[in-house]
Ligand binder design. Structure first.
Ligand code: SF4
Length: 288
């Protein structure tokens, strides 16, 4: 199946609304050190297109309820460099538009701007992930992903096209990007983000090894912090106090800028009318 019910590994801390997941690609070339998906998809950095994707989507999209929310993508970025040539994510958007299905695009790539013509004429919202404003930290932390300035530009351009955008400031990693919270919130809000989603770093064996090797000092401190935290659904979580403190900091900055806030898999219920994943913005667009 190309359209699969979103299943966050049955994590009880997930407060997402029901939705379908659509991943046009398997694997992702962005190489984020903290990536969770690399723990369960083999050869994750070798990005490959899903076989016969558009024909399968065309067939499956006919069968689902017209209000079903489609998230593209939850585990592999839908705008890797090869999308420039292949236009598979664009093809998926065309099909979803024809079927009038609501979509949330989640990406770190400014290539999504190319598809603003489709996104602006459908029920849509885009979530742009950004973890740092520092080009040098980003080059180490997310070596294959577009720079922070390109992501901010994507937020700006999509907003100008009347496409509601949320910013995913996640994960917050103590010792690496937690000192930037206020600045990050300010930058994404100035660019036009209407909602902020955030979460703290949840370590798995392989991603923690990568983070520690690229950021040895922060890595040593992180190992101690995780010893004081807990293991939930196979991931190491920071202590509850620390997680709540970091999320409160993001929330405070977001509210100061006049935008809404939600946390991802932290056990914090979103306020009424807000979806933790930012998908409520689709409705805001339809009301505009
Ligand atoms: S963009 Fe997302 S899927 Fe791709 S490597 Fe980074 S965290 Fe993983």
């Amino acid at each position: 199946m190309i359209l699969r019910p979103f299943d966050p590994w049955k994590c009880q801390l997930c407060t997402c609304p029901p939705k379908m997941s659509l991943n046009p690609y398997t694997g992702c070339p962005h190489g984020c050190l903290y990536c969770y998906a690399s723990s369960y998809i083999p050869h994750f950095q070798e990005c490959r297109a899903k076989a016969d994707l558009l024909r399968r989507l065309e067939r499956e999209a006919k069968k689902i309820n017209p209000n079903t929310l489609v998230a593209m993508s939850n585990s592999s970025d839908p705008y890797p460099a090869m999308e420039k040539e292949l236009e598979l994510s664009r093809g998926c958007l065309q099909i979803l538009l024809e079927k009038n299905l609501p979509v949330q695009v989640i990406t770190k790539s400014d290539l999504v701007i190319r598809d603003a013509d489709l996104l602006s004429s459908m029920k849509s919202t885009v979530a742009i992930s950004i973890t740092t404003l520092s080009e040098s930290i980003s080059r180490k932390l997310e070596p294959g992903a577009p720079s922070p300035s390109r992501r901010l530009m994507a937020i700006r351009r999509l907003t100008e096209c009347n496409i509601p955008v949320s910013a995913r400031i996640d994960p917050i990693i103590p010792g690496i990007n937690e000192s930037e919270i206020e600045e990050l919130v300010l930058a994404v809000c100035r660019a036009g983000a209407a909602h902020i989603v955030s979460s703290t770093y949840k370590a798995r064996k392989d991603n923690l090894r990568r983070v520690c090797s690229a950021f040895p000092r922060a890595g040593d401190a992180l190992k101690v912090m995780f010893q004081r935290g807990s293991r939930i659904y196979g991931s190491l979580y920071l202590s509850l106090d620390m997680r709540m403190g970091l999320m409160r900091e993001v929330e405070k900055s977001a509210l100061r800028e006049g935008v809404t806030f939600s946390a991802c898999r932290e056990g914090i219920a979103p306020p009424d009318g807000i979806n933790c994943d930012g998908t409520h913005l689709i409705l805001c667009k339809n009301r505009a």
